[in-house]
Design a binder for this molecule. Structure first.
Ligand code: PLP
Length: 257
């Protein structure tokens, strides 16, 4: 957890909050649901997608299949996951093409909802230019989720950190301490700029979402309102139980060690 917090501080997202998900796939699904609800003015959960403008989500062709599955499960539909070409040795999203696709979709009556950027794609490590992607997103008021499932751990090393320049502008980011940081599976760290939007999406309540920043004082929330399984994960319960044990006032320091 120390390293998880350290990476989060590097991402400048700790002031906002985070939650431990059971997998990067769950974090990405949660992010896609937020994109959907935000774009539909928080009415998608109630009204469904029928009769609404068709949502669009943008990514490169190098993202993990968990992104496809999130699009299926969220009801957005594979045809609305727009694959943008990549450029350069890092196989980064071509941001000019990204911008043009968003403009064209908007003109055609689609509803752009968000962008999924990648730091370390599964096949060849494709890494998007996060700062440039976030600038495009800001221009079009879109949500940005960064999938750094395996490569996020490497950002502890100063020599790699330039690979996610601009990460502080993203709305959410996931990386898996259970991949390279030796954490027990399942431990996907999902950091959020604005926890309220996730809580509002998964509880359907603006009031719960107002309380979210209070719960996010700690790195993880225990209520299950921040994850798609709707319950605290086993890992979270174990971390909580371990912390209670360690912090017991009658516990001797040598017992803990
Ligand atoms: C880039 C990337 N994203 C997402 C995932 C999915 O991670 P998880 O198994 O935690 O859902 C992987 C898995 O290896 C991955 O490499």
């Amino acid at each position: 957890m120390f390293w998880t917090g350290y990476v989060a501080r590097l991402a400048c997202l700790t002031a906002s909050g985070g939650v431990i998900q059971d997998s990067a796939s769950s974090a990405t699904l949660a992010a896609v649901l937020v994109m959907r609800e935000r774009a539909l003015k928080w009415k998608g959960n109630k009204l469904g997608l029928s009769g609404q403008a068709r949502l669009r989500i943008y990514c490169s062709g190098h993202v993990h299949t968990s992104i496809d599955r999130a699009i299926w499960v969220s009801g957005i539909g594979e045809d609305n996951l727009v694959r943008i070409p990549v450029l350069g040795e890092m196989h980064s999203l071509d941001v000019a093409a990204l911008d043009a696709a968003i403009v064209a979709d908007t003109r055609a009556g689609f509803l752009p909802a968000g962008i999924i950027a990648s730091v370390g794609g599964t096949s060849v490590g494709g890494t998007d230019n996060i700062a440039e992607v976030c600038e495009v997103a800001r221009r079009h008021d879109l949500y940005v989720h960064v999938d750094a499932a395996w490569a996020g751990s490497a950002m502890i090393c100063a020599e790699f950190r330039n690979l996610w320049d601009g990460i502080e502008m993203a709305d959410s980011m996931v990386f898996n301490p259970h991949k390279w940081l030796g954490a027990q599976f399942d431990c996907s760290a999902h950091f959020l700029r604005n926890p309220e939007s996730l809580v509002r999406t998964l509880t359907g309540s603006a009031i719960s979402s107002i309380c979210a920043p209070l719960a996010f004082g700690f790195i993880a929330d225990l209520t299950g309102n921040y994850s798609t399984p709707f319950s605290a994960s086993l890992c979270l319960l174990l971390v909580g139980a371990a912390m209670c044990l360690v912090m017991r006032p009658d516990r001797q320091v040598q017992d803990v060690a």
